[in-house]
Write a protein that binds this ligand. Sequence first.
Ligand code: SF4
Ligand code: SF4
Length: 73
Amino acid sequence: MAAKYIASVNPKECVSCGTCVKVCPSGAMSVYKGVFAIADKNRCIGCKKCAKSCPASVISMIIKEKTDEKELL
Ligand code: SF4
Ligand code: SF4
């Protein structure tokens, strides 16, 4: 079953520490060009480990269906 929630990083606040990349069990997180973290919504399983471990608290869990909707607009 697809994840209901997925991680979403606020790129302006991310300090690119890489913690979320290390704790993510599905390899969904990466640090884009060394500047900010980004979650691959197709790999994220919604476990929230990244959000709980982010020292800057810049990861929110959002409802996945909403992101799919956005792409259609
Ligand atoms: S743990 Fe938080 S601050 Fe660190 S790279 Fe990930 S999103 Fe950015
Ligand atoms: S919620 Fe879990 S699976 Fe998704 S990006 Fe964060 S650590 Fe990875």
